[in-house]
Ligand binder design. Structure first.
Ligand code: ADP
Ligand code: MG
Length: 324
C-alpha cells in the first residue's frame, strides 16, 4: 500500500444556512461538518459510522466536491481539488463516484437500465458505437451479478437488492478509483445485505477500488473495513483499526453504538450502555464535548466546558475524549 492517500480532507468545515430566526435576525448557522481531517488509502475501505444527522453524508459528498466546503482542503490522488472549477473537475468526476442508500430515488423510473447505464458512459465519452454501448452495458450487468437481458427492464421491475446492483453498475460504468458508498445496505432486507457487501468486496479486489463506506450501524462495517472512523455532531470522535474499535472501543459514544446494535453475544447485556435521546441539533450544539449531555461518564467542570481534541491513545488509535 503506497503512503499517499487516494482521497483526503483536511481541517474541513461545512456550514449550511439553518432556518430563519425571525424577521431581521438572519439565519442560524448549521455546522454539519466541524473540522474533520480524514484519509482514505488506496485499496482500502474506510468505515464511517455514526447516528443519523451526524454529518456522514455531507462529509462523503465533500470528498467528491458535490458540496462546496466552508473551509478546509480536499485532495484526490495527491492533488488539491478544493478550488477547481466544474470544468477542471471533469477528469476527476469519472474517478470518484457515489452509491446511494436508495438507488431507486436516483434512477429515472422512465429509463430502462440500458439507457441509465449508457447515459453514464456517454457523459464521459466512453462509448464509440451502439454495439459497443450494448456490450459494455451487458458486461457491467454481469459484473454486478445481473443478466444482460435485464438491460431492457425498468427500475420498478427489480427487487431492492437488484436495484442496488444497478446503482453499483452505474457507479462502475466510468471505471472509478474511489467510491463513496453512502449507507448502501441500510435500506435492504437483512437477508440480502451480505450479498451486496460481498459484491462490493469482490469488486474492490478485482478492480483495486477504494471505498469510504458509510453506515449508521457499526456492525455493518466491521467485516469490510480495515479502519473505522466514528462521527458525532460533525466531528470524528474515534478512529482506529476495526479490531481496535470492536475489541477496545475508547470513546463512550463508540461503546454506546456498539452496545445499541443487536449482537448475538450472551454477555452483551452486562456492558449494555443505552444511548438516550437524540443527537443534539447542530444548530445549537452543546458547549464543551458535544457528547457530554448523553455521556454516562461525563465530568462536570471538564466535559461541559472543554472540547476534547482527537488524540493518539496507542498506535493507530485516536479518540476525542477527556477521560479515554
Ligand atoms: N442541504 C442541506 N441544507 C441544510 N442542512 C443540511 C443539508 N444537508 C444536511 N443538512 C443537515 O446537516 C446535518 C448532517 O446531515 P447529514 O450529513 O445528512 O447526516 P447523516 O448522513 O450522518 O445522517 C443534519 O443536521 C442535516 O439536517
Ligand atoms: Mg446520510
Amino acid at each position: 500500500m503506497s503512503a499517499q492517500p487516494i482521497a483526503r480532507v483536511e481541517a474541513l468545515y461545512k456550514s449550511f444556512r439553518g432556518p430563519s430566526r425571525g424577521i431581521g435576525r438572519g439565519r442560524a448557522e448549521l455546522r454539519a461538518v466541524d473540522g474533520v481531517t480524514l484519509d482514505v488509502m488506496p485499496g482500502e475501505t474506510l468505515g464511517l459510522v455514526g447516528e443519523s444527522g451526524c454529518g456522514k453524508s455531507t462529509l462523503g459528498r465533500l470528498f467528491l466536491r458535490l458540496h462546496e466546503p466552508t473551509s478546509g482542503r480536499i485532495y484526490f490522488e495527491g492533488r488539491d481539488i478544493t478550488e477547481l472549477s466544474q470544468s477542471q473537475l471533469r477528469p476527476y468526476r469519472r474517478k470518484m463516484q457515489i452509491i446511494f442508500q436508495d438507488p431507486y430515488s436516483s434512477l429515472n423510473p422512465r429509463m430502462t437500465v440500458r439507457a441509465a447505464l449508457a447515459e453514464a458512459l456517454r457523459v464521459h465519452g466512453m462509448v464509440s458505437s451502439a454495439s459497443d454501448e450494448q456490450e459494455r452495458v451487458a458486461a457491467l450487468l454481469e459484473r454486478v451479478g445481473l443478466r444482460p437481458e435485464h438491460m431492457r427492464r425498468y427500475p420498478h421491475e427489480f427487487s431492492g437488492g437488484q436495484r442496488q446492483r444497478i446503482g453499483i453498475a452505474r457507479a462502475l460504468a466510468v471505471s472509478p478509483r474511489f467510491i463513496v458508498a453512502d449507507e448502501p445496505v441500510s435500506a435492504l432486507d437483512v437477508s440480502i445485505r451480505a450479498q451486496i457487501v460481498n459484491l462490493l468486496s469482490d469488486l474492490q479486489e478485482e478492480l483495486g477500488l477504494s471505498y469510504l463506506f458509510i453506515a449508521h450501524d457499526l456492525h455493518v462495517v466491521e467485516h469490510v473495513s480495515r479502519r473505522v472512523a466514528v462521527m458525532y455532531l460533525g466531528r470524528v470522535v474515534e478512529r482506529a483499526t476495526s479490531q481496535q474499535i470492536y475489541e477496545d472501543p475508547r470513546h463512550p459514544y463508540t461503546r454506546a453504538l456498539l452496545s445499541a446494535a443487536p449482537v448475538p453475544d450472551p454477555d452483551a447485556h452486562k456492558r449494555r450502555l443505552i444511548l438516550e435521546g437524540d443527537v443534539p441539533s447542530p444548530l445549537n450544539p452543546p458547549r464543551g464535548c458535544p457528547f457530554h449531555p448523553r455521556c454516562p461518564i461525563a465530568e462536570k467542570g471538564l466535559c461541559d466546558r472543554e472540547v476534547p481534541a482527537l488524540r493518539v491513545l496507542e498506535s493507530g488509535h485516536e479518540a476525542a475524549c477527556h477521560l479515554a
